[in-house]
Write a protein that binds this ligand. Sequence first.
Ligand code: SF4
Length: 65
Amino acid sequence: MRIRTHHDTCIGAGRCFLAAPELFDQSEHDATVVVLAEQLSGARLQKAREAVEDCPTRTSYLSEP
Ligand code: SF4
């Protein structure tokens, strides 16, 4: 699984990168999400699942490569 984003809907609310800074970061240019992680499994996948479910705009989501 990988984290994907709909970049144009991100409001930079920061829930993802505050909850999982090892998986998400914030762009210095426009404050939107930057995905740090590549392939996810195990505990990192579970953390990613929780973070994307908490995104208020459904910007981030999980998908197969
Ligand atoms: S992806 Fe969602 S939770 Fe993360 S900064 Fe954007 S809007 Fe906020």
